[in-house]
Design a protein around this ligand. Structure first.
Ligand code: FES
Ligand code: FE2
Length: 360
């Protein structure tokens, strides 16, 4: 792809060109340039609550399936480590559980739960051993409510990326969020991952694509706010629709908020409702296939309302339109389009970030 130019002024700018969505080399480049520095959900707090807990996971499967693990050592410190033995590359931990040390099942190399090399049989006369390189790589991690995050090569700290969202909704009982697997679901869309994000990033299509949601939202009061690595769409409820009970200290006090739709670059959607959080994780499978993992978390003591059940319909409506766009961008007659300055700030913001990260 020839380097795209996204004007910082939305009134002058055009979207990313279709070559971004169609070129396999750009899809591959995005893995390292966009996803390796990103923050991804690794596990829930309950998975690594106790001292001695270990929890293996892949960073973002299958896009960047880096084998990692979380361990809580005997001092209670949480570590995010490479799950690859520094001897010949065996996977160290295959199941969550309790451990005193991390010992490799191939030739017996041992590491502390902090990832430091401890011992290795038959290496007595090996020169210049062990060195720092024989320890497990130790990664940055962060926490939001019950969710732990990791990053392979962060360009920006966890606080820089998630701070704006936490400032806004820190008054919610985030630590009480509990995963409801029965309401969690996986979807697969026949479209490029960024088309799915483009669609999420504007409420412009709501009156056209989502008739039921349009009944609940006051479209005229819908707003967009941009932060450095995230943005927020505020859905305001019509009279009689469920809304948040917002405390006086919040900048949103007095508003009838139906949902906070936060997006965190590049692929995380945090949809907060009065009952809890619908977290959507977008996983690029291939250039024209994307998995969306919907995880449903509920605040303690919160009642589900009908908005939970509407989520599935809304998702089907979004997928149908995104799959049409996937076909449309193959056209020889379409390369890029212009933005609505009032309704597409979120998409413009995303395209600027994509461009900046791809440039490195
Ligand atoms: S690969 Fe781990 S000890 Fe050999
Ligand atoms: Fe939608």
């Amino acid at each position: 792809m020839k380097q795209a130019y996204i004007d910082a002024d939305i009134k002058k700018s055009a979207t990313l060109p279709t070559s971004f969505y169609k070129d396999p080399a750009v899809f591959e480049a995005a893995k390292e340039a966009i996803f390796a520095p990103s923050w991804q959900v690794a596990c829930d707090a309950k998975d690594i609550a106790k001292k001695g807990s270990v929890y293996p996971f892949e960073f973002l499967s299958p896009t960047l399936p880096e084998p990692l693990l979380f361990s809580r050592d005997h001092k209670g410190t949480l570590n995010c480590l490479s799950n690859v033995c520094t001897h010949r590359g065996n996977i160290l931990v295959t199941e969550p559980g309790q451990k005193r040390v991390l010992s490799c099942g191939y030739h017996g190399r041992c590491f502390g739960l902090d990832g430091k090399f401890r011992s290795m049989p038959e290496f007595e006369c090996v020169e210049n051993f062990p060195t720092e390189k024989d320890n497990l790589a130790n990664l940055s991690h962060g926490k939001l409510g019950p969710l732990h995050f990791a990053s392979l090569a962060p360009k920006h700290s966890f606080d820089e990326v998630f701070g704006a969202m936490l400032d806004r909704i820190g008054w919610m009982p985030l630590d009480s969020l509990k995963l409801f697997p029965e309401h969690s679901k996986d979807y697969e869309v026949n479209a490029h991952w960024a088309l799915y994000c483009d669609n999420f990033l504007e409420g412009f299509h709501i009156p056209y694509v989502h008739p039921a949601l349009n009944e609940a939202l006051d479209f005229g009061a819908y707003t967009y706010e941009l932060f450095p690595f995230s943005n927020l769409q505020l859905g305001v409820a019509k009279e009689g629709e469920p809304c948040f009970d917002i405390p006086e200290g919040s900048v949103d006090y007095g508003k009838r908020i139906y949902a906070y739709y936060f997006w965190v670059f590049p692929n995380l959607m945090f949809n907060f409702y009065p009952w809890g959080l619908s977290l959507n994780i977008v996983r690029p499978l291939s250039i024209d296939k994307t998995a969306i993992h919907f995880r449903n978390y509920r605040f303690e003591d919160a009642e589900f309302d009908q908005t939970v059940h509407n989520l599935d319909n809304t998702e089907m409506e979004d997928e149908a339109v995104v799959e049409q766009v996937q076909k449309g961008i193959q056209s020889r007659f379409y390369t890029k389009g212009r933005f609505s300055p009032t309704m597409e700030q979120g998409v413009h913001h995303f395209h600027q970030l994509v461009n900046t990260f791809l440039k490195g």
